[in-house]
Design a protein around this ligand. Structure first.
Ligand code: GLA
Ligand code: CA
Length: 809
């Protein structure tokens, strides 16, 4: 083992006793070594004769049909010290390839300055795959989605305010080309033609869920062709419902879908259009990602195995996304939209190999299945790392935020964080009230990205949470010239859908409204002092620290906002999970390594600490807490807590005892959906106008005792889908949060694999009220039932209501 000798290594569960006896005999050992060397050569995607091509209905490796069994792994999400262990875990699982994205924004954190070293050494990662006898599928973006900050695009692109991302915008394309060239300099000689392991290269990523733009996708293809040559197999991945939109004639088309999906129907359209295409599920989702404030996501192991088994039986290639998810260190977690749903730090993904590199039940089940399709017995597992506990320790020092503000920049107008040349962290906008106000005046912040705290005269008056669409706050009675502070913390930039152009800080303007003598006034601010609080370790450590002894709990039950420090000791370093349940919200650094974001609402309460980042003896821990802890302690556990919601976290969309009252509201449409998988479209007899749309499911279509919706659209007067960015769920009769996270907002999360499901043994009708965010004229709807075989929970009879005012409860 190369992780230093200090990790306790559990002997491989399935250690073969006969092998052990053999090893006692040194002669046998020499033979084994020789055989191993031979088999590595053989498995290495490196020998001259290797070729990878598209055949009739199959991929061909050296002219022979080849089923790709790829494990999706992301090098930035795994500590470099563990790359080899994770790759070996995939090999032992029975995979024959690793599929990986490249993450532009970790390599080019500043425009024009590239880093491909250490944790960013993608060449080394690919060579490690090769050394372990695995092929590689390279997905060089430029956009990758992946629940990663801005889908992998660098924030500094937004300094050009009018940039069009993932489009033929000249500046965007110029920077894409420069990045792709720098990347290709690292890896282009590792394609199979050059005796390397790379067998396939992906062009862009699921462009169909962003838009329709063949000229742009073609340009990306041309850049990659130019760099990697004519021979390498190139492909596009999309969903079965939209791959046609941007499908280029000369690329292989692969489908993405997840655990539970009906495999045949996923490939039905592709088979019709290209009967002799090899079939591949380029992302078979093993689990799912977690979002702050939402229940922890899991997907059933047996369903996942069933999908893989079925694909292998039908000679369908796949990549298992994720086989090992890893961690969104530092500020790299992205966010999803419509709306704003920031992702948590852990990217465990309920994958077969958990966040700390250990096999789960899914792993053992899948290994058994993959063994069925393997010619030889699968290699034993590499050494496993056993997590340790660390006793509870206290923090000793604090640098209170308000005493440690940097010099401000003064400007007449509010600008976004990007305009001040800051990418990540927090930003404080400060001004004074140009006039006194009475209680009842309303402060408008358009729009806080992403979590704003408002203070008047140094006193906290409330927060505006972008997740909840909050942009207004009632002001208390305040005197003229009183100081107003708006502290805005940026979370991850949106990584999915059209909202990826996601500016941070305050994106437009701030003003207040009040009514004086029946006259409505709108009042702006004369100037702003802007304090930049970038997420750099040096920024935090340069602050002025004091002993925590003299600080008391404040009125709100918390210690002050600021940077907290301590040193704790560890005897024998190994992986651990540091607990932050008593902390507010912020970022954590250990011995200089950014561990990630914390937020008391959960569901994640612990941060994964890889053993190699701990030291024997003293370890320095630093937390920037923008809310302040309730208790400044922590401890290490040998298990993570990633499924615990706390406090005011979102739960269901119906308050206890609440029920919906529609009175004499008349439906704008009533009908019955055609049964079976796939999109259903219904145009109303006449258009209807309103702010709220109510879906009323009257009867279930399938023989299950609940109803379900995977995706839902409303159509405008041209029959086009209305933008759902402003939508939120106002109410749902019931939501099944027991068998998985099947909340009502899943009907417009742009993901066909996620769904709302009413609770088991539902009463009917089951209704969902959508707040459209503004008045819309609606001419019809589109409904996608679940993508599983038989579309479980498909609605039969239904009614749609549209109303101007919020429905009564
Ligand atoms: C899509 C994207 C991936 C990832 C998954 C969800 O398939 O291509 O990058 O975002 O969804 O985890
Ligand atoms: Ca969905």
């Amino acid at each position: 083992m190369s992780y230093g000798c200090l990790w306790k290594i559990r002997i491989e569960y399935q250690y073969d006793m006969k092998l052990k006896d053999l090893i006692k005999n040194w002669r046998a050992l020499i033979i084994i070594c020789a055989l191993c060397a031979l088999s590595v050569c053989d498995a290495n995607a490196g020998s001259k004769k290797d070729s990878f091509q598209i055949g009739e209905g199959s991929f061909l490796l050296n002219g022979q049909p080849f089923i790709v069994k790829a494990a999706e792994l992301h090098y930035p999400r795994i500590p470099q010290e563990y790359w080899d262990q994770r790759i070996k875990m995939c090999k032992s699982l029975g995979m024959n390839a690793v599929c990986l994205y490249t993450f532009w924004n970790v390599h080019e954190t500043q425009e024009g300055i590239f880093d491909f070293t250490g944790q960013n050494d993608i060449r080394k990662f690919i060579l490690l795959c090769q050394e372990n006898g695995l092929k590689v599928i390279l997905r060089p973006g430029p956009y990758v989605c992946a629940e990663w900050e801005m889908g992998g695009l660098p924030w500094w692109l937004l300094k050009k305010k009018d940039i069009k991302l993932r489009d033929n915008d000249p500046y965007f394309m110029e920077r894409v080309k420069i990045f792709e060239e720098a990347l290709a300099d690292q890896v282009k000689d590792l394609t199979i033609d050059n005796e390397g392991p790379i067998i396939m290269i992906q062009v862009e990523n699921e462009y169909g869920s962003y838009g329709e733009n063949k000229p742009y996708v073609s340009n990306i293809r041309d850049i990659l062709r130019g760099l990697y040559g004519e021979n390498v197999v190139m492909f596009q991945c999309d969903w079965s419902s939209n791959f046609i939109l941007n499908g280029l004639d000369d690329l292989v088309w692969t489908m993405n879908f997840g655990t539970g999906a009906d495999v045949d129907s996923q490939f039905a359209d592709l088979k019709k259009l290209r009967p002799s295409s090899p079939l591949m599920c380029s992302e078979f989702w093993s689990g799912w990602f977690d979002k702050w404030g939402s229940p922890h996501e899991t997907r059933p192991a047996d369903e996942m195995i069933k999908g893989i088994d079925e694909m292998l039986e039908k000679n369908i290639s796949f990549s298992l996304y994720m086989t090992h998810g890893g961690t969104n260190w530092g500020h790299w977690a992205g966010a999803n939209s419509p709306g704003y749903s920031p992702d948590v730090t852990s990217y465990d993904y309920d994958a077969p190999i958990n966040e700390s590199g250990n096999p789960t039940e899914k792993y053992w089940m899948l290994r058994k299945t993959l063994q069925k399709y393997a010619a030889d017995s699968l290699p034993v597992l590499p050494g496993l790392i056993e997590p340790i506990k660390v006793d509870t320790f206290s923090f000793t020092q604090i640098a209170p935020l308000w005493d440690n503000l940097p010099q401000p920049i003064t400007s007449e107008f509010i600008q976004t964080m990007e305009q001040y040349n800051q990418g990540y962290g927090s930003i404080l906008y400060s001004s004074e009230l140009p006039k006194g106000v009475e209680e009842g005046a309303v402060l408008h912040v358009n729009a806080p990205h992403d979590y704003a705290q408002i203070f008047i005269g140094g006193k906290y008056i409330g927060k505006l949470d972008r997740r909840l669409g909050e942009t207004q706050l009632l002001l208390p009675k305040t005197d003229k010239n009183e100081r107003l502070d708006i502290l805005v913390e940026a979370m991850g930039r949106i990584n999915f859908g059209i909202a990826i152009k996601d500016f941070k800080g305050i994106t437009e303007d701030v003003f207040f409204t009040e009514t004086v003598d029946s006259v409505n006034l709108t009042v702006g601010f004369d100037y702003w002092n802007v304090y930049l609080l970038p997420d750099y370790l040096e920024f935090y450590t340069s602050m002025n620290f004091q002993s925590l002894n003299k600080f008391e709990l404040e009125e709100n039950g918390r210690y002050p906002r600021g940077v907290y420090k301590t040193v704790f000791t560890v005897d024998k370093p190994s992986d651990t999970f540091l607990n932050f349940e008593t902390w507010g919200k912020g970022l954590v650094y250990l011995n200089g390594h950014p561990l990630g974001r914390i937020w008391e609402i959960g569901p994640q309460q612990t941060l994964y600490v890889p053993g190699p980042w701990l030291k024997e003896g003293e370890n320095e821990l630093l937390v920037f807490d923008i809310l302040g802890p309730r208790e400044y302690i922590s401890f290490g556990n040998d298990k993570p807590v990633i499924d615990k919601l706390q406090g005011d976290a979102l739960k269901t969309h119906r308050a206890e005892g609440e029920s919906l009252y529609l009175g004499d509201l008349t439906p704008v449409f009533g009908g019955a959906f055609a049964q079976g998988n796939g999109w259903k479209r219904q145009i109303f007899n006449q258009p209807a106008k309103g702010h709220y749309l109510i879906i009323e499911a009257l009867t279930p279509g399938s023989d299950v005792n609940y109803v379900s919706i995977a995706e839902f659209y409303a159509l405008d007067s041209n029959g086009e889908r209305i933008n759902r960015e402003t939508w939120s769920i106002d109410y749902a009769d019931s939501e099944d949060l027991l068998s998985g996270n099947n909340s009502a907002d899943k009907i417009f999360d742009l993901q066909e694999s996620t769904f709302w499901k009413s609770e088991d043994d539902s009463n009917y009708p089951q209704r969902i009220v959508i707040n459209l965010g503004k008045e819309e004229t609606i001419t019809g709807i589109e409904y996608l039932p679940r993508v599983e075989n038989g579309s479980p929970g498909i609605i039969k009879d239904y009614r749609i209501y549209i109303t101007e005012t919020v429905p009564q409860k």
